[in-house]
Structures are given as C-alpha cells and as structure tokens.
Design a protein around this ligand. Structure first.
Ligand SMILES: [Zn+2]
Ligand SMILES: [Zn+2]
Length: 266
C-alpha cells in the first residue's frame, strides 16, 4: 500500500508534540509524500493551541520543499459552544482542512454513548468539517457506530483509521477491537476512509504501517483510501467548499543542506 498524503500531524503548537511545521515538511519530502495536513489540537484539550494559532496559519507556505501543506486543525467535540466544536465556524472556514475528534478532559469522559453520538452527529452535519479523527476509539468514547457511519456517508465526511491507535503504547490501545469493527462498518457503508499517522514527531509523518495492515486484513483496498495521493485529497476538499487560503503562503523551498532523512540522520 503506497499512500502519499498524511491528513493527521502535530507540531510543537500541540504542546505534547515535538517538531515544527518545517521539520514535518522536511520529513514528508524525504519520505516522498505529496501532501500533509498540519492538524494541531483545538484549544480545549490540555496544551491545545489558541485560536490565534489557526487564524495566523496564512504565514506558512502552501507548498514547502515540494510538499503541499494543508493548514488544518484537530478540533474537539464540545457540548457548550455554538457549533459544538471548540473553534468557531468563522475560523474553520479559513482552514484548508478541518478534522474534529473526541479527546480526554474536554467534557466527554463519562462514556455516555447516547450523548457522545448526539454531539458527534452535530459535528458531522457541519458542512465545514472534513474528517473525524479516531472515531473507532470506542473504549474511551463509545458511540452508535451505525448512526455515525451513516451520517458520515450522507455528509461526505472522512472517517479516519488512525495508525497511532494501533501502537501498544497508545492511549487508545484498549480500543483496537472497536477500531477494527468501526473500520469494517465504514467499509460496508461505502464511507470515505483515510489513514492518518497522528505523528507527534517529524519522523513519524507518513507512518501508516499498522493501520494499513488492518485495512488490508479488512479488505479495504488502497483505492478506497482518500489519502492515496495529493490530487485525491485536494479534489475532495474543493468539491466540498472553497478553501480561501489554500494558496496563501506561496511556494517555498528551504535552503539546501538542511534536510533530515527518514532514518533520522542529518
Ligand atoms: Zn486525536
Ligand atoms: Zn492527533
């Protein structure tokens, strides 16, 4: 399976991640990726980025070292904001890519499936939302799988198969059976699916091996995955709505000799 786009990466702006946008772009270029979405955490998760972080994303190049950089977010499902998300619609509209998910300590830790489902359906029905991150985390955030998958299909929202969730050290490791079941339901319903690395360090950008193995095991072929290449991602995003800042920031190449290879050497 050769996947050339990573729709889930974090920078130092997420507090508990350890690379910059530039380092993510170096690593992505060295691994032959065509596109990454930079998706730092929304403000309500501990250490989450302030809304200004997302607003000022326009200063970052749109293409860096040949890699398309989508300026995105991994916002949080919220119970008490106007749009049910911890970033306002006016801000989401400016982003190239909008991902939303459940995270600990953001108001949904009571494992209430009915409440979680209602909140997540509201998010999926928001036309500004492109992807739900790790929706298969049923151990921590149980949901009505069939209702969520059906809503995602209706609203053309991507359901992520998260590579990091399958690492034994992941905080979501207890959900691996749920993740498999969720992916199978998404497959059967014909939902849009993407594998994301959820990299919190540059060398993990484009790591899809564990989730790709699960996809293969479930008979989800490469051509079913939206992140197979940059064109698939960009065509999809532009078919949903305009992305006013997609090319703001310009095309840049970092001076030579500053590249980091995929094995970690300089
Ligand atoms: Zn997440
Ligand atoms: Zn993440």
């Amino acid at each position: 399976m050769r996947l050339l786009a990573d729709l889930h990466t974090h920078t130092v702006a997420s507090g508990h991640a350890y690379s910059t946008v530039t380092e993510l772009a170096w690593a992505a270029a060295d691994k032959g990726l065509e596109l990454i979405a930079v998706t730092d955490h929304g403000p309500t998760v501990p250490q989450g980025a302030h809304p200004w972080h997302f607003w000022n994303f326009k200063v970052v190049p749109s293409v860096l070292n040949g890699v398309r950089i989508l300026k995105g977010c991994e916002a949080n499902v919220q119970a008490d904001t106007d749009n049910g998300i911890d970033l306002a619609d006016e801000l989401l509209e400016l982003l190239d890519f909008v991902a939303v998910g459940f995270h600990p300590l953001t108001g949904f830790d009571d494992r209430d499936s009915a409440r979680n489902t209602e909140a997540l359906l509201r998010v999926i029905e928001n036309p500004l939302v492109d992807q739900i991150t790790h929706p298969g985390n049923g151990h921590d955030f149980p949901i009505d799988v069939d209702a969520v998958v059906a809503a995602a299909v209706r609203n053309r929202v991507i359901l992520e198969l998260n590579n990091h969730s399958f690492e034994p050290s992941s905080s979501r490791a207890l959900s691996n059976d749920f993740e498999r079941g969720f992916a199978a339901a998404a497959r059967d319903a014909g939902a849009l699916i993407a594998i994301g690395s959820d990299a919190h360090y540059a060398l993990h950008v484009g790591r899809f091996d564990m989730a790709a193995a699960v996809a293969a095991e479930l008979g989800i072929a490469e051509d079913r995955l939206l992140n197979r290449d940059a064109n698939s991602v960009l065509d999809f995003l532009l078919s949903k709505r305009e992305r006013p800042r997609l090319d703001v920031g310009g095309v840049w190449t970092w001076p030579t000799g500053r590249s980091v290879n995929a094995e970690g050497g300089a």
